[in-house]
Ligand binder design. Structure first.
Ligand code: FAD
Length: 473
């Protein structure tokens, strides 16, 4: 009997409950990462799930994990396959048990159920959330809003978060069964997808992937640069180092566990005192937690057009007008400077600030009138920090089909830009063609008609914003 430790979005060796469970089981170990084959196949909108920055980030995470496991005497196997088909094939050759993280998304739950149906023993281990599945603070129904969720979680001075497990345990290694002939390796697939992509020259736009760089960044963010000291005040900014924690990609791929971050913040609070900034970072981690438990609760419903709401509605159809708008979005040529700057940042780096994401999602749904799921799938392809629960949960929330009972939220692209980019440095960085214009002229650009500013190598807006968006302060 061998134990296959099947890594998914938990690409680290420290505070790694999967390795501890494998050690407790006692059998020799084969570590495995399977890039799900369907991620490489274009979805209904013609794009797969592996944009260039995301592919590069994953490649770095896997390279780091492979090195860390090598130091433990284990050789990581990485393949592109259907995880169920591969593990079932291995099981036919050699008796094995699987240790893997608890399922988050329905797709993962289905894969684990299929493995069990085929006779494999799968040990699911909690590793992605602050709360343990066995000690959830709400009774019965899942709280309908974030506020109620937070109140329950924070009751009696909670949440109570287990301490990280620390160093990886000693493990015996097993030889991996052969992979079926014709199975592709992960490295060439990711290399092909990130070919030609270069990390942005300003490093605060994109941090490299992997456990080691994530640990270094956490140390720098909290203790060396102490950026957390202004978190609540700066978290909605758009550009620069340390305005927000930039921990999302490390969390999404599990280069750090959420409880490592939680306890590091508590440690910071012990050294420097707790305040509204350190609390607010933990508060935001509770948003992540909320969406994770919501996805586990609501499953496939979270991906339907009407999401968690009981509203009757049909998705808007993708007629020729909608197609034109969708193409403008995809190529970051909507003619609305703040929207295009945010889209360009996302395409170039795989990241955009929280405020940028809110404005983009609101724009796609409320102004372009497109199906919110197109936007969610597009984010899924491009975000280096893509996290199924947080991404789909936030999109549904803004579209009015999630936990937001108010029926959707509109963020004015002009007001938000004016407020959060006081010297237009964000806009000028991503739209250098506007660098000769004053900030006021950039604002006016959001409203110009086709025949204005002939001299600009920049398109006219694809839609007219409401007049109320002219009032920015
Ligand atoms: P910080 O402000 O430093 O927050 C710290 C951590 O708290 C984040 O890393 C994240 O884990 C969590 N967090 C903060 N805000 C939220 C939130 N609204 N929802 C859930 N968790 C949150 N976040 C993702 O991690 N992956 C996604 O795929 C994702 N998609 C999003 C899509 C849309 C339309 C919107 C509006 C938000 C999305 N977010 C997503 C949430 C949020 O924008 C990012 O977590 C945040 O911008 C990441 O930067 P940061 O780590 O510096 O955040």
């Amino acid at each position: 009997m061998i134990t296959v430790v099947w890594f998914r979005q938990d690409l680290r060796v420290h505070d790694q409950p999967l390795l501890h469970r494998a050690a407790a089981l006692g059998a020799p170990v084969v570590p495995l990462y399977v890039l799900p084959a369907h991620w490489t196949v274009p979805g209904p909108e013609g794009e797969d799930r592996l944009g260039a920055p995301k592919s590069a980030f994953l490649e770095e995470c896997l390279a780091g994990l492979s090195l860390s496991l090598e130091a433990l005497g284990l050789a990581l196997v990485t393949v592109v396959a259907s995880p169920v088909t591969l593990l079932d094939d291995w099981h036919q050759r050699e008796p094995l048990q699987v240790v893997t993280a608890e399922a988050d998304a329905p797709e993962e739950a289905q894969a684990i159920a299929s493995l069990r149906a085929r006779g494999l023993t799968v040990h699911e281990v909690g590793s992605r959330t602050l709360l343990a599945a066995t000690a959830l603070p709400w009774q019965g129904t899942f709280p309908a809003t974030f506020s109620r969720f937070r109140r329950q979680v924070e009751r009696h001075s909670g949440p109570f978060v287990d301490r990280p497990e620390g160093e990886p345990p000693a493990l015996g290694s097993a030889l991996a069964p052969p992979v079926p002939a014709g199975t592709k390796g992960v490295a060439p697939v990711l290399a092909q997808r990130r070919a030609g992509w270069q990390r942005c020259d300003k490093d605060y736009f994109s941090l490299p992937g992997g456990e080691q760089s994530a640990r270094q960044w956490l140390q720098r963010y909290l203790f060396d640069a102490r950026h957390i000291a202004h978190y609540k005040q700066t978290r909605n900014q758009l550009i620069g180092e340390g305005y927000s924690s930039r921990l999302s990609a490390a969390l999404a791929w599990g280069c750090l566990s959420v409880r490592q971050i939680w306890h590091a913040i508590l440690e910071y609070e012990q050294h420097y005192g707790a305040n509204s900034h350190s609390y607010w970072l933990r508060f935001e981690l509770l948003w992540r937690e909320f969406f994770h438990w919501s996805l586990r609760e609501h499953g496939v419903q979270s991906f339907c057009f009407t999401g968690l709401s009981d509203r009757q509605a049909e998705p808007p159809c993708l007629d020729s007008l909608a197609q034109r708008r969708w193409l403008a979005w995809q190529s970051a040529t909507t003619g609305l400077p703040f929207i295009d700057a945010s889209l360009r940042e996302l395409l170039a780096t795989g990241y955009v600030s929280n405020r940028g994401r809110q404005v983009l999602a609101s724009f796609l749904v409320q102004d372009l009138g497109l199906d919110w799921r197109l936007g969610a799938r597009w984010f899924e392809r491009h975000l280096v920090d893509h996290d199924v629960a947080s991404n789909w949960g936030n999109w549904a929330y803004i579209a009015g089909y999630g936990h937001d009972a108010r029926g959707g939220r509109r963020f004015s692209p002009t007001r938000e830009w004016w407020r959060h980019d006081p010297d237009a440095s964000y806009l000028y960085y991503w739209l250098p063609e506007l660098a000769g214009l004053s900030r006021a002229a950039c604002l006016e650009c959001h409203f110009r008609s086709v025949d204005q500013y002939h001299e600009l190598a920049y398109p006219a807006p694809v839609i007219s914003l409401p007049d109320s968006d002219r009032v920015v302060s």
